[in-house]
Write a protein that binds this ligand. Sequence first.
Ligand SMILES: Cc1ncc(COP(=O)(O)O)c(C=O)c1O
Length: 400
Amino acid sequence: MSIIAQRLSAIKPSPTMAVTNLARELKAAGRDVIGLGAGEPDFDTPDNVKEAAIAAIRAGETKYTAVDGTPELKAAVAGKFRRENGLDYGSHEISVATGGKQIIYNALVATLDPGDEVVIPAPYWVSYPDMTLLAGGTPVFVTCPDQTGFKLRPEDLDAAITSRTKWLILNSPGNPTGAAYSEAELRELTDVLMRHPHVWLLSDDIYEHLVYDDFRFVTPLGVEPRLRARCLTMNGVAKAYAMTGWRIGYAGGPAELIKAMAKVQSQSTSNPCSISQAATVAALNGPQDFIAERTAIFRKRRDLVVDMLNRAPGLRCHRPEGAFYVYPSCAGTIGRRTPSGEILANSEDFARYLLEGEGVAAVHGTAFGMDPYLRISYATSTELLEEACRRIIRACEALD
Ligand SMILES: Cc1ncc(COP(=O)(O)O)c(C=O)c1O
């Protein structure tokens, strides 16, 4: 009998981390590899945030804190929700955890009973289905084709809801496609939720600040305040503040849910790192103008990548509203022959061909629940992106 629990047999290790690690290993072995796999800004954490962390260490803020966040950080989160989203939460309605990932995990563990369903629009962030399974729930996927901009249609949401549906997870701007919902598009979805009062909404807003052109971000609860009693609005500092390693995520939601999430956290990890919490106070309360400067750089990179990828024979790339990913279709490369004679059967083959042949690491679409596509992260320097796209074009041109 195996020591490993049955429950784990359905779970995959994060494929995005696997690609990032493989690229790192190949680089360490001396290969010239450009990694486009990581969901991590290449910018540095702002200096005022670093200084706040150093000051916290010097001040002795190195002990356990309240399980789901210090009062100072909860106040800063409440301020952020009020200022940027028009949402009013008291400290008992706010949870802070070790990354946005832990917030979502806590929420699912705290709420799912066996057989409970979680509606997950596909393509999806790799962790939603596996976290749902780990928490004992059942993921229900709804396909959002690129013809609809990779966005969930209200009629498809309606059709996916059953009496066992507990959550809809919405992620806008989204990973892996960069698609973001306008206020009108969200309204159509919240209207469906208003007709199904037993369904809760988990809104993953972690890419909130990364939107381009004239797109205006709005969170679903800002569109439909009547969902307040069954909505968890989740966010974090990883992406907007370039703080992936600090591991702080947070959420606002009904007190009963927040309390249950704290219970899960109290018996697993306890408080998030005290120093990271102090740094996050500085991030949320400090100057915000660097975000717009960085977003302008990301927008230029998006345009560069979209324009170059659309020159690669066999690829077709949309121009997303936000985040730092594109999700080009590689359907035109499937069935073609590589210079070494291999026939590309799927996006996994194509991704391997790019890595082995041209030293470009991207994540194949099977990982995100829609194929044949490739996720390319443009959170890397403009020079490297240009070179990576040149290599991708060359690899596509070399196919027979
Ligand atoms: C859509 C989405 N949600 C949540 C997270 C979790 O972020 P973190 O745990 O680093 O705060 C990520 C990270 O990649 C993400 O892409």
